[in-house]
Design a binder for this molecule. Structure first.
Ligand SMILES: *[C@@H]1O[C@H](CO)[C@@H](O)[C@H](O)[C@H]1NC(C)=O
Ligand SMILES: *[C@@H]1O[C@H](CO)[C@@H](O)[C@H](O)[C@H]1NC(C)=O
Ligand SMILES: *[C@@H]1O[C@H](CO)[C@@H](O)[C@H](O)[C@H]1NC(C)=O
Ligand SMILES: *[C@@H]1O[C@H](CO)[C@@H](O)[C@H](O)[C@H]1NC(C)=O
Ligand SMILES: *[C@@H]1O[C@H](CO)[C@@H](O)[C@H](O)[C@H]1NC(C)=O
Length: 632
């Protein structure tokens, strides 16, 4: 007891001194910028009540002084010392000088709004290595020099506004998926990178840029409506047809032999394991993708008599009998190259099997071979255009697709950490048995990580739902939540339900399916919310909704959770791995549990909307106050 109190006082002391430091930093800022004085009551010992200052857990987390008439330059040791800062808004003042170099200390900064000032100097590259940064607005300033070429380091960035500055040089290749981008009215030259060609031309006006969406660049103006990306060179393309046809023949031969071997291997593996096959664990079966995807594709594509596909009107992709690309920023490859890349089986899901394809030059992508596609080619291509146009940091990026009567492939970014399902319930693949569902030798998933996965997935699904009122994910489950290297949630397999035969969805996913759903091809947004609720319960309990023990008892996960929480304390349902958080995190865990329970309400109308769910989870993450980049 004494010991606890002591620790508590230590903690208190630490908090006070950090807040003191925040206070000193704010006072330095106040004394350095001139203009209308900041009417802060400096006799108050805590800065948290000062105008524009917001605190969380005893530290300054937001500073908002928009249009406050400030001028002068920002001092070193001021804002840069507010090390818990998440939001900085100084827009529409008259501040000048460079962005202080100690802004690099602001590792929790998510929102940076400096537009409408007179800041000058180069845009510091460290802005893009701040690990949490989501929005950067530096528009209407006097920044000069080049746009840093490390923009891609900011993996969470969705907004980059740089309009009305004096930036020169070319726009760097940007591979992260931005939702908002504007560089108009600068002095940029060169061509617009393909990855940005989807933005409105007003985002680029007032420079000497060329390429889609602006006028074609000199030298590659072949046809008025051909996009600046060179269409994937098909096996029948002129350029290297000789080499390819030889390669294709070899591919067919190798493909058939290796394909047979691989097929045997897959059958063997599938036969050996009883469940958990969708967990995205590499099986280390190395073979060319051609083998994995059967020689049919190969014959098909080298026969060169596939009817030319029609452009589907919605734009965005290059339609051909080869791969149709949504984004080219991941690297150049064609179907032939893809089929020759070495492949590993990742797993067999409800919509088809997945492979990891590694190219010799280092690019790695995930290839999904869609089974039981029930719609005609035109509808398939239209669907793909819709899916390809979706872009969100928590959605797995679709790179390309391939359609032929015999084979439908979907190429997307590869997620190195596999699926949430694999991570939560590793696994009986090696015959360890099917009761224990904790993997050997994997790092436990802590509360912060789980909360940030829930938030990331919620944001992605909310984004899908915001597209229009009928768009749903259709197949939310932990094996479709993939994880990036830094454990960010990336939702996959979205929007495929309507084109896949409903009979191909086995009972296995019923653990996630809302009670009112009768046709797996018609999943409403509220049914998505139900599935997402089950996912939250799974994250918190560590129990798989499809776990044999549950399903054999005829109980689903929501009812199991309900039955325990009705009789005992809610903390009884939590995954024992979360036990370490009983003190601080517990309250937030219970809040998240309640969100999960409300999502799994029996009647669709009683369930919250995904936007509401996202907002609630954001609040939970906020008050968790964890150092995790995605929460807080
Ligand atoms: C900011 O932090 C630095 C390094 O910790 C310290 O030397 C400096 O005094 C701080 N500035 C203020 C105004 O407290
Ligand atoms: C400033 O803060 C002190 C200490 O908290 C308080 O006594 C005083 O009333 C405050 N002054 C104003 C103008 O709010
Ligand atoms: C930024 O990205 C580059 C290229 O991907 C990488 O080599 C570098 O380590 C990254 N830097 C940081 C600080 O993340
Ligand atoms: C862009 O302009 C700079 C001078 O400002 C020039 O050196 C460079 O060659 C130009 N680049 C292109 C692609 O036009
Ligand atoms: C880009 O900024 C300019 C200038 O503020 C504005 O007129 C234009 O509409 C913006 N375009 C986009 C796509 O944001």
């Amino acid at each position: 007891m004494k010991c606890h109190l002591f620790v508590f006082f230590l903690f208190l002391a630490a908090v006070t001194s950090d807040l003191d430091s925040d206070r000193r930093a704010l006072l330095l800022l106040r004394n350095s910028v001139r203009g209308r004085p900041l009417l802060w009551n400096t006799s108050a010992s805590s800065p948290c009540s000062w105008h524009g200052v917001h605190c969380d857990s005893g530290r300054v987390t937001a500073l908002r002084l928009p249009g406050a008439g400030l001028f002068g330059s920002l001092p070193l040791g001021g804002i840069g010392n507010l090390t818990q800062l998440q939001t900085l808004s100084l827009r529409f003042n008259s501040l000048s000088g460079p962005i202080p170099s100690d802004f690099s200390n602001l590792v929790l900064l998510r929102y940076l709004y400096l537009q409408g000032n007179a800041f000058s100097g180069e845009i510091p590259p460290f802005l893009f290595t701040l690990p949490s940064v989501i929005r950067i607005n530096l528009g209407e300033n006097k920044f000069s020099g080049r746009i840093p070429d490390n923009v891609n380091n900011a993996t969470w960035l969705v907004t980059l506004y740089l309009e009305k500055n004096q930036l020169t040089g070319s726009i760097p290749e940007i591979t992260i998926t931005l939702q908002q981008f504007n560089v108009s009215s600068n002095q940029l030259n060169g061509s617009v990178p393909d990855s940005l060609s989807g933005f409105h031309q007003s985002a680029f006006d007032g420079n000497t840029l060329c390429g889609k969406p602006l006028n074609p660049c000199e030298g590659d103006a072949e046809s008025p409506n051909s996009p600046p990306v060179s269409p994937p060179s098909g096996p029948s393309g002129k350029k290297d047809s000789d080499k390819l046809s030889a390669g294709a023949i070899a591919g067919i031969v190798i493909g058939s032999v290796a394909g047979l071997l691989l097929l045997l291997l897959i059958i063997f593996c599938l036969g050996r394991k009883k469940k958990g096959e969708e967990n995205g664990q590499p099986r280390n079966v190395e073979a060319p993708v051609a083998a994995a995807t059967s020689a049919a594709v190969h014959k098909e594509s080298s026969a060169a008599n596939v009817p030319p596909a029609k452009a589907s009107g919605s734009g965005g992709g290059v339609v051909s009998k080869d791969l149709t690309f949504f984004v080219k920023s991941f690297g150049e490859f064609d179907l032939d190259g893809l089929l020759k890349a070495s492949a590993e089986v990742l797993g067999k899901g409800t919509v088809g099997s997945s492979y990891k394809a590694s190219f010799e030059h280092g690019l790695v992508v995930a290839v999904k071979r869609l089974r039981d596609v029930v719609v005609p080619e035109k509808d398939f291509r239209e669907r793909m255009q819709v899916l390809g146009s979706m872009s969100h940091p928590n959605l797995v990026t679709l790179i390309a697709y391939y359609f032929s009567p015999d084979e439908k492939l979907l190429v997307s970014e590869y997620m190195s950490r596999g699926s949430l399902s694999a991570l939560l319930h590793v696994n009986d693949l090696d015959g360890i048995g099917c009761t224990g569902n904790k993997g050997n030798g994997r790092a436990p998933l802590n509360w912060e990580t789980r909360a940030s996965i829930a938030l990331g997935a919620a944001r992605a699904i909310s984004y899908l739902h915001s597209r229009d009122s009928t768009t749903s994910h259709g197949n939310i489950k932990s094996s479709n939540i993939l994880l990036s290297n830094s454990y960010e949630a990336k939702v996959s397999d979205y929007g495929l339900a309507p084109i896949i035969s409903s009979t191909s969805a086995p009972n296995r996913i019923d653990g996630y399916r809302a009670p009112e759903v009768t046709d797996a091809r018609k999943i409403s947004q509220k049914a998505d919310v139900y599935s997402f609720g089950v996912l939250i319960l799974e994250l918190l309990t560590g129990k798989s909704p499809t776990h044999q023990q549950l399903t054999e008892e005829g109980v689903d996960l929501p009812r199991w959770v309900q039955s325990i929480t009705d009789q005992q304390s809610p903390s009884q349902v939590f995954d024992p791995e979360l036990a370490g958080h009983q003190s601080e995190g517990n309250e937030n865990m219970i809040r998240l549990l309640k969100i999960g329970i409300s999502c799994t309400a029996q009647y669709p109308d009683s369930r919250p909307s995904m936007a509401e769910v996202t907002r609630l989870i954001e609040e939970v993450s906020h008050s968790s106050g964890s150092p995790n980049p995605v929460s807080g």
